[in-house]
Ligand binder design. Structure first.
Ligand code: BGC
Length: 823
């Protein structure tokens, strides 16, 4: 794999040449570039050899320009999982794979990674960010950016900055002191700009210290472009630009989406009338042309040769998902499972039958397939073990789409769903036969003038009974199910346009049906006016038993098996963009399910399928707990690999997991009078847990494996000016080969810095592999800039001085060796 990041594709393209090209553009052409051509692209300007630049979300895969099954994408484990590998090389591999797929899809700019912080576990996009620790976030972010850009595709660091929760996301103002900004929230951006030379930064929706980010000249012009020397492009988050002149002067270079934002004609006018200087526009355009050259979209520049999705991409995703899984509990070695000893395994749980492979929101992609747990575990256990499967409880807000194998177009009998696009007067503009009963369209990917969308499908029920049909979307619907007709209007809960897309309102109908007798469904969407954006879907559910009976059946399965594997977790309706989670509990009756199964069978293994922390009140009453994250399209296979021991679960928690909501030091995501005051300053996550003294369920850095480790030697050298080298010798004392993540923490012996309590913090880490019985020594570098702290008094970085404790171990709460040094 080539990871030579940032190699310009035509190294001799210099700033003078770029400025020369800018000089050949008219004012109108320059403005067309900075407002974008449509939702995802910048226009081509053939006169100067500029080709179209296409952008795509996001951190879990390269979605492309469609948001439904017309464009499938490799679906990666959630970014929290990517961080849980604690391995920049894994992040680089993830980045390169995404870059390669972007190249296949003719995408030049990937809108990822998301490097906001895990300030509170309730944050809706928590799963999309890496960690509560700025160093871990930075190291993973740098690896990811280098990987993406080595494929000739631009990475975008988002969302700049302090965009750490979703409620009131367009408007809240974060008040945060400079030390916290520098050490936590800005740190991953700074690392990616200085080290990985990230080519874009995305300006966030929120305000920071009184200025909305797209207009935040201090943070965008002074800090990002000035202090850090960022020579790339600042793209606004979609619809984040609120003004013409202030955002133009505030450091934002592109106002997306195009073409009709606040910058078009209004900006031309503002420049013409001399209200803003045209040189600012020239700088923006120079940056865009530099980006174009970097991604091979200008003149004779070209991206690196021979980059495309490798054939073993699926195997790589499976390995990454397994590597990221965290073994939280395994007190008596119930894992790995020994199939030769098991006659029957009961696989139970809502997420066992419907794996949550990803979270919701703009990070959502449509994978070609998702490997489920039942098929993968069945294969991993082999034919000698019987596998029973039961759901136990119902936790999904939405039904599945119409079953592909049993759905046809009514008139033709061809497989799929017919989707018609009609104009205001009913004229048929276009019709498509689609594989799923979901449509997401916006300008550019919907026939111009569309006012009505009609979906027609015929479903063949597999059994007799009352089925459920569901319509999802925001707006007016006319629905026909066989002879019955309904008119419904569904309204979104809030005025965030994204919410209608990401958690649409639903309406359900009961449909009595018989096996083999087809049911015709026709959904007509639209109120007669021309559509701008539409997201609608039809769901379908077979008859189900009452939940009490379902639960009792699962418990009976568990009692009759040698081992029960319960898979519980969240869904993409719980972890998603546009809203925060309401609490940390598993949905519905999940906890009751685990407790009752564990009572029925002492060999109960729980697999948690979630992207961010949930409470696990039963965690000490079960034989093992495996945290599987939102594991991506190969997730089921990776779960099978880890449960049966084909692969060691190599992950460590990138964030603290609480035992109780009351203990969480920062929990609320609700702004108070439109503001979030980050009163805890530079101490979030485990640092604040340490200061407060509460004990979490699982500390930051925690993760067991299938072997044991002894820390045998610690040797610290260096100083504040040149950085430290921390040599650590660890021995694999178990009987299996394994992987350890050596973690290095630092704290002042006095417990104070700059006159305030200073908690312990991570300053380095290194993953190591060792065969059973072997010892390895790893040298962890702690560079000078990691040691430095932002002094409020000097208003600048200062190296530490005084006596410090350096500790190494398996988590922040499991430190095995300690040394003291004078800095
Ligand atoms: C999200 C961004 C995303 C953009 C484009 C916004 O709602 O905040 O992360 O890149 O949409 O989809």
């Amino acid at each position: 794999m080539d990871t030579t990041a940032n190699t310009p594709t035509r190294p001799d393209i210099g700033d003078d040449e770029l400025r020369g090209l800018v000089g050949r553009l008219t004012l109108e052409e320059k403005v067309r570039l900075v407002v974008g051509e449509d939702v995802w692209s910048l226009p081509a300007l053939p006169g100067i050899g500029l080709r179209k630049i296409r952008m795509s979300d996001g951190p879990a895969g390269v979605r492309g320009v469609h948001m439904d099954e017309r464009e499938t994408s490799l679906l990666f484990p959630s970014p929290t999982a990517q961080a849980a590998a604690w391995d920049p090389e894994v992040a680089r591999r993830v980045g390169f794979l995404m870059g390669a797929q972007a190249r296949d899809k003719d995408i030049h700019v990937l809108l990822a990674p998301t490097v906001n912080m895990h300030r509170t576990p309730l944050g809706g996009r928590h799963f999309e960010c890496y960690s509560e620790d700025p160093l871990l976030t930075s190291r993973i972010g740098v690896g990811f950016v280098e990987g993406v850009q080595s494929a000739g595709v631009a990475a975008t660091m988002k969302h700049y900055v302090a965009n750490d929760s979703e409620n009131e996301r367009f408007t809240y103002d974060v008040t945060v002191d400079e030390r916290a900004l520098r050490e936590l929230y800005l740190a991953p951006f700074e690392a990616a700009v200085r080290e990985a030379r990230a080519w874009l930064v995305m300006s966030a929706y929120n305000s920071t210290n009184g200025h909305t980010m797209t207009e935040n000249s201090r943070l965008q012009n002074d800090v990002l472009k000035g202090e850090w020397g960022f020579d790339g492009v600042v793209v606004s988050d979609w619809m984040a630009v609120r003004s013409t002149e202030s955002a133009y002067l505030g450091g934002t270079d592109i106002a997306m989406p195009g073409p009709n934002g606040l910058w078009g004609d209004a900006l031309v006018e503002a420049v013409r009338e001399g209200r803003v200087d045209e040189s600012v526009l020239d700088d923006k355009v120079t940056r865009i042309l530099r980006l174009a050259a970097r991604v091979g979209a200008l003149g004779d520049t070209a991206p690196p040769d021979g980059v495309s999705t490798p054939e073993d991409a699926r195997a790589q995703l499976r390995a990454i998902a397994a590597r990221a899984m965290v073994l939280l509990e395994n007190p008596s070695g119930a894992l790995p499972l020994d199939a030769s000893q098991m006659r029957r395994v009961a696989l139970i749980g809502p997420n066992a039958v419907r794996l949550s492979a990803q979270g919701g929101g703009s990070a959502h992609v449509t994978p070609d397939h998702v490997v489920g747990v039942p098929e993968a575990l069945g294969e991993a256990l082999g034919p000698g073990t019987e596998l029973t499967v039961s759901q136990g409880v119902f936790t999904h807000r939405r039904l599945d789409f119409l079953p592909t194998a049993a759905t046809t177009v009514p008139d033709t009998g061809e497989p799929g769903v017919l989707v018609e696009f009609r104009s205001t007067d009913g004229t048929l503009l276009d019709a498509e036969r689609r594989r799923t009963s979901q449509v997401v369209v916006f300008p550019g990917i919907m026939p111009e003038g569309t006012a009505t969308i009609v979906m027609k499908a015929r479903v063949l029920p597999e059994c007799d009974g009352v089925h459920l049909a569901e319509v999802a979307g925001s707006g007016d619907f006319a629905v026909r199910v066989d002879a019955a007709e309904y008119r419904i209007t569904l309204a979104g809960e809030r005025d965030d346009p994204g919410a209608a897309l990401m958690r649409p309102p639903l309406h359900r109908f009961e449909v009595p049906a018989n096996a083999g007798t087809p049911v015709d469904i026709e959904v007509t969407y639209g109120d007669g006016a021309e559509l701008f954006i539409a997201a609608l879907g039809i769901g379908w559910g077979s008859p189900r038993r009452a939940e009490d009976d379902e639960l009792a059946a699962a418990v009976a399965d568990a009692a009759a098996a040698d081992v029960a594997v319960v898979v519980v977790g969240t869904t993409d309706d719980i972890e998603s963009e546009t809203f925060d989670r309401e609490n940390l509990r598993l949905p519905g009756r999940s906890d009751e399910l685990v407790a009752r199964v564990a009572e029925a069978n002492p060999n109960t293994i729980v697999v948690v399928n979630a992207g961010s922390p949930v409470l696990m009140p039963w965690r000490n009453d079960v034989a093992a707990v495996l945290w599987a994250w939102l594991p991506g399209q190969e997730g089921g296979a990776a779960v099978g690999d880890v449960l049966t021991g084909a692969v060691e679960p190599g992950g460590r928690l990138p964030t603290t997991h609480p035992a109780d909501e009351a203990d969480v030091p920062v929990l609320s995501t609700q702004p108070v009078n439109g503001a979030h005051h980050y009163a805890e300053s530079h101490t979030i996550g485990y640092r604040l847990w340490a200061l407060r003294g509460a004990k979490p369920a699982y500390p930051f850095g925690h993760g067991l494996g299938y072997t044991d480790w002894a820390y045998e030697r610690l040797d610290v050298s260096g100083d504040a000016a040149s950085g430290l080298t921390v040599n650590v010798e660890v021995r694999n004392t178990g009987v299996r080969d394994g992987r350890e993540v050596v973690q290095v923490y630092l704290e002042p012996v006095s417990g104070e810095l700059f006159g305030t309590p200073e908690p312990i913090r991570l300053v380095g880490f290194a993953p190591v592999d060792a065969d059973a019985g072997d010892a390895v020594t790893v040298a962890v570098a702690v560079p000078q800039d990691v040691l430095a702290r932002w002094s409020p008094e000097a208003n600048g970085w200062e190296g530490p001085s005084g006596r410090y404790r350096v500790s190494v171990g398996r988590s922040v709460a499991d430190l095995r060796l300690t040394d003291e040094i004078e800095l």
